[in-house]
Design a protein around this ligand. Structure first.
Ligand SMILES: *[C@@H]1O[C@H](CO)[C@@H](O)[C@H](O)[C@H]1NC(C)=O
Ligand SMILES: *[C@@H]1O[C@H](CO)[C@@H](O)[C@H](O)[C@H]1NC(C)=O
Ligand SMILES: *[C@@H]1O[C@H](CO)[C@@H](O)[C@H](O)[C@H]1NC(C)=O
Ligand SMILES: *[C@@H]1O[C@H](CO)[C@@H](O)[C@H](O)[C@H]1NC(C)=O
Ligand SMILES: *[C@@H]1O[C@H](CO)[C@@H](O)[C@H](O)[C@H]1NC(C)=O
Length: 354
């Protein structure tokens, strides 16, 4: 009896396993059940489906559409260097505005990178013919015990914006909206705003040369510039860090976008983007999100070869006369490179084209 019982159990188990095997083979649980992707070129729309140019224009005239706001900015600035763009009398004599505001996207624990930037390209006393300001943006640490680190650094340096969301890679879009909100609220006297990562090297006089002398830049009122990607497709493999599902983004392509490592914008574009973001559904990838917002505002990204998009080490001194920014650098690399290029002044500026 016992023998037969065990046998029957085994048969049932085996049959069940075989059935499960075929079931899984027939209906794999991946996106192959998704409908075909929607053609980006012919069918791109993104919520809210609204005339954004008209909405922003009305908003700025005081006709504020509160009913349709889907994306208010509910986060507080826990640390806020709100004095940053208040110019001293001496600075006003140089220029009655901030020429460039750098908003450096930084990770909580990257103190050494921030210090290296403060000592090199972020040193505000470097190019004295231009008012250039640098602030760092961080979120909340994942562990509460580390909260003190930023508090002390911020109290001493007074150059840290801390926003009350948890600092993770996929909250980078929140970090970007925080930066844009901060620039509009506390630094509207800036001519250009540069969003940049904390592992970048900047050649300030090359950047200034590009902004001051390039006809394309000067003639673009709503500037959205940097390393441009065209015809880029969403990653659909589940294993990819940048995996995006069909329900999150149903189109076969992304709009042309500027790589988030360095985004150079005029204040005019920043103001419009800040308003448009309140009416544009968030997207996890920050550079794509800004590109969607730009597209809704009918602003085309302007590509420039002065911003390096790949991981390079252009140690060659000559390269840096032609480059505004590049990455990936460790703190010691930044300092080494800065010493190697020597002290420059505004007279070293080259009239660069894009
Ligand atoms: C999308 O539409 C455009 C214009 O009709 C066409 O050229 C393109 O091949 C289409 N893309 C796909 C992936 O079908
Ligand atoms: C794409 O657009 C065409 C017309 O431009 C329309 O006929 C079609 O239904 C749209 N397809 C989707 C999936 O929205
Ligand atoms: C900046 O300057 C304005 C005008 O002088 C002043 O009202 C404001 O309080 C200053 N803000 C900070 C944070 O110092
Ligand atoms: C922060 O500063 C306080 C007072 O200066 C000091 O007691 C504390 O140890 C510092 N904390 C860290 C993490 O540096
Ligand atoms: C982003 O920050 C919010 C607010 O702190 C938090 O609730 C959320 O979990 C964070 N998202 C991710 C993907 O970490």
């Amino acid at each position: 009896m016992t023998f037969i019982n065990i046998n029957r159990k085994n048969v049932i188990m085996t049959l069940t396993l075989i059935c499960m095997y075929f079931f899984i083979r027939l209906f794999p649980a991946d996106q192959s059940l998704d409908p075909p992707y929607v053609n980006f070129t012919t069918n791109f729309t993104y919520p809210l489906d609204i005339d954004m140019v008209e909405l922003v224009s009305d908003y700025r005239k005081g006709y504020i559409n509160n009913a349709d706001v889907i994306n208010p900015f509910p986060y507080a600035f826990i640390k806020n260097p709100s004095h940053k763009c208040n110019l001293s009398e001496a600075e006003v004599k140089v220029q009655n505005k901030v020429f460039v505001l750098f908003l450096v996207k930084s990770a909580y624990e990257n103190r050494r990178l921030r210090d290296a930037i403060r000592q090199t390209w972020g040193n505000e006393r470097y190019l004295t013919h231009f008012n250039i300001k640098t602030v760092f943006t961080v979120g909340l640490p994942k562990a509460k015990s580390r909260f003190d680190l930023i508090k002390n650094e911020s109290d001493r340096m007074k150059d840290i914006i801390q926003v009350d969301y948890i600092d993770t890679y996929f909250n980078n879009t929140l970090k970007m909206t925080a930066e844009i909100n901060w620039a509009v609220k506390f630094c509207q006297n800036a001519k250009y705003v540069v969003l940049i990562d904390d592992d970048y090297f900047v050649s300030p006089e090359s950047l200034v040369g590009l902004l001051e002398y390039s006809a394309e830049v000067r003639n673009t009122k709503r500037l959205y510039m940097g390393h441009k990607h065209s015809n880029s497709k969403p990653r659909r493999e589940k294993e990819s860090k940048w995996h995006v599902s069909y329900s999150e983004y149903p189109f076969d392509m992304y709009p042309d976008f500027i790589n988030a490592g360095t985004i150079i914008m005029s204040m005019e574009f920043v103001i419009e983007a800040q308003i448009a973001m309140m009416y544009t559904k968030l997207f996890r990838l920050d550079d794509i999100y800004l590109a969607i917002v730009a597209r809704k505002l009918r602003v085309s990204p302007l590509g420039t070869k002065r911003v390096f998009g790949t991981n390079v080490m252009p140690w060659d001194r000559f390269n840096f006369e032609l480059l505004a920014t590049a990455h990936h650098y460790k703190p010691a690399d930044l300092q080494w490179l800065w010493r190697r290029r020597g002290r420059r002044t505004h007279r070293d500026m080259l009239p660069l084209s894009i």
